[in-house]
Unconditional design. Structure first.
Length: 279
């Protein structure tokens, strides 16, 4: 019988095996994803490598699908590393989770081909931006949703968002500190929907610029709250001027929820998160 949980297999994999993992984290307590050895701060990468290194008994270095900023969450961050010692997937998962802080979890570990790279093999990334649209700031979910007290018209936000589809120059929504060599990105899918008091912006693109999702979210909320009129998003895209768009939205409600890879790598499908949206 096939193993129903291949990401938790007890079969030992030899040293040198390239292993891919799905990692989930609450970014509220971390200074972003990337290790910053020149600063006295805690990052998600640092915590994950600490957990995996405790299993290996020696340092483990990971590579991720997309570096997230301070306060941003990962529901389905994909990483890979080359195992320095022989261990079964079950040990990498359970051992790392036992050693790490409770706001970082490894969900599965699987052997992959040496050509697999968590970042460079990815063909698309999907983010979700979750807004609590209520008169009073929620007492629960602190740091996990963005609060907007003005009523939002999600239908107008969705209509405006369609101006962002396709291969476009996203200079309007690019942070000044962005290090990408080009502002061109392919927005494959974007939608805005409401689930009770939660408004969700769902975006999929081949890649994202620095602060691109949060800048888009800020401008869509400006239209949805009536502070800007219909047609403004299309005007912003044509103008390519970051200073004219709305302020960058907070990181609290932003989640990396999916990374797409060619099917031959055989990575498991993860339902889009975060889990609060399925409640």
């Amino acid at each position: 019988m096939a193993d129903p949980f291949p990401g938790l297999s007890a079969e030992t994999l030899p040293a040198g095996t390239r292993i891919a993992c799905r990692v989930e984290y609450n970014g509220a307590n971390y200074n972003g994803w990337q290790t910053q050895p020149h600063l006295d701060v805690t990052t998600v990468q640092q915590e994950l490598e600490r957990g995996l290194s405790s299993v290996a008994g020696e340092p483990v270095r990971v590579h991720c699908a997309g570096r997230t900023d301070t306060g941003v969450h990962g529901h389905c961050q994909i990483v890979h590393f080359d195992a320095p010692v022989p261990r079964p997937p079950k040990s990498w998962v359970l051992g790392a989770n036992a050693s790490m802080a409770r706001d970082v979890r490894v969900h599965w570990a699987l052997p992959v081909e040496k050509e697999f790279h968590a970042r460079f093999s990815a063909t698309a990334r999907r983010y979700r931006y979750v807004i609590a649209n209520a008169l009073v700031r929620p007492a629960m979910l602190g740091g996990q949703v963005t609060w907007q007290r003005r009523p939002l018209d999600e239908a107008i936000m969705h209509s405006e968002a369609q101006a962002l589809l396709g291969e476009r120059d996203f200079s309007t929504f690019r942070a000044a500190a962005c290090q990408s060599t080009t502002p061109m990105r392919n927005m494959m899918d974007i939608s805005v929907s409401r689930r009770g008091q939660l408004v969700v912006i769902d975006l999929q693109a081949n890649a994202f610029l620095h602060h691109m999702v949060r800048n888009i979210a800020g401008s869509l909320m400006a239209v949805g709250s009536g502070r800007q009129s219909a047609g403004w998003i299309a005007e912003l895209m044509e103008g390519r001027d970051r200073t004219v768009a709305a302020d960058t939205a907070p990181p609290d409600g932003l989640y990396l929820v999916d990374v797409t890879y060619p099917g031959h790598f055989g990575l498991p499908q993860t339902p889009y998160g975060p889990l609060i949206l399925g409640a």
